[in-house]
Design a protein around this ligand. Structure first.
Ligand code: NAD
Length: 256
């Protein structure tokens, strides 16, 4: 149980982040949400589980806003014990066609934001000598796919950052680990399903089938709930000495 602990989950208004926030709240943690879009529904869903919930609208590409969010979390709840770096975006294009602005945004949101939240969360975690930092990387932190240069670069970087942070905290009770999902059916992936359907002139179900068949041998999407269970395991005492791993949950994607 995480009663009395406070979790900050970036990008938690939808998809995987919302699933992780719900799992943490269900385990008793106070939760600070972050992200854009339908904030009210996300907030209501987490609040319905009975714990304390707050929200900060920091743009994860802006270090000053990230700083305000971390300080706001500590001011609201008195601590930041569990940091989940989850906010992320995608853009699919060949390198020579890749918009420079999209490259910069992906590196900032998917990679640099984790450096900023972590550097700001660590002093408090060290003071209390307990902490969990969970970085939502991707199978694309372990292997590449064409047309995803910025995303693959950022996610490989996030896995490297996770290992470094784990070493720096190795003699403390603060652990840093990465979770590396394969395909999870969230708005981020639905966009890629829609693009495939439009390009090939096929329906939604067939586009999903083809997407999975290309990379994910189980032919099933991983769910946010399954990822939340792994995050909770990493937060439990069983996770005390799990440090610097990049744990794929990918239906066999990187086993090939
Ligand atoms: P999603 O689009 O459903 O959610 C992304 C979240 O990030 C949303 O809450 C959004 O508002 C927020 N966000 C986007 N830009 C932001 C910004 N600048 N500042 C603050 N918040 C911002 O996507 P998802 O699929 O749930 O992805 C979540 C994470 O999981 C991402 O890091 C993604 O790379 C990773 N991931 C997803 C999959 C998948 O198959 N869906 C697989 C591997 C890894």
């Amino acid at each position: 149980m995480l009663t009395g602990k406070t979790a900050l989950v970036t990008g938690s208004t939808s998809g995987i982040g919302l699933g992780l926030a719900l799992g943490l709240a269900r385990s008793g943690a106070n939760v600070m949400l972050n992200g854009f879009g339908d904030v009210a529904s996300a907030r209501a869903a987490v609040a319905a589980l009975g714990g304390r919930v707050a929200y900060h609208g920091a743009d994860m590409s802006k270090p000053a806003e990230i700083e305000a969010m971390v300080h706001g979390c500590i001011a609201e709840f008195g601590a930041l014990d569990i940091l989940v770096n989850n906010a992320g975006i995608q853009h699919v294009a060949n390198i020579e066609d890749f918009p420079v602005e999209r490259w910069d945004a992906i590196i900032a949101i998917n990679l640099s934001s984790a450096f900023h939240t972590t550097r700001l969360a660590l002093p408090g975690m060290k003071q209390r000598n307990w902490g969990r930092v969970i970085n939502i990387a991707s199978v694309h932190g372990l292997v590449a796919s064409a047309q995803k240069s910025a995303y693959v670069t950022a996610k490989h970087g996030l896995v490297g950052f996770t290992k470094t942070a784990a070493l720096e905290c190795a003699t403390t009770a603060i652990t840093h680990n990465a979770i590396c999902p394969g395909w999870v059916l969230t708005p981020l992936v639905q966009k890629q399903v829609d693009a495939r359907a439009a390009q090939a002139g096929i329906g939604d179900e067939e586009a999903k089938r083809q997407l999975l068949a290309e990379k994910q041998p189980s032919l099933q999407f991983t769910t946010p709930e399954q990822l939340a269970e792994l995050a909770l395991f990493l937060c439990s005492p069983a996770g005390d000495n799990i440090r610097g791993v990049a744990w794929n949950v990918d239906g066999g994607w990187v086993a090939q």
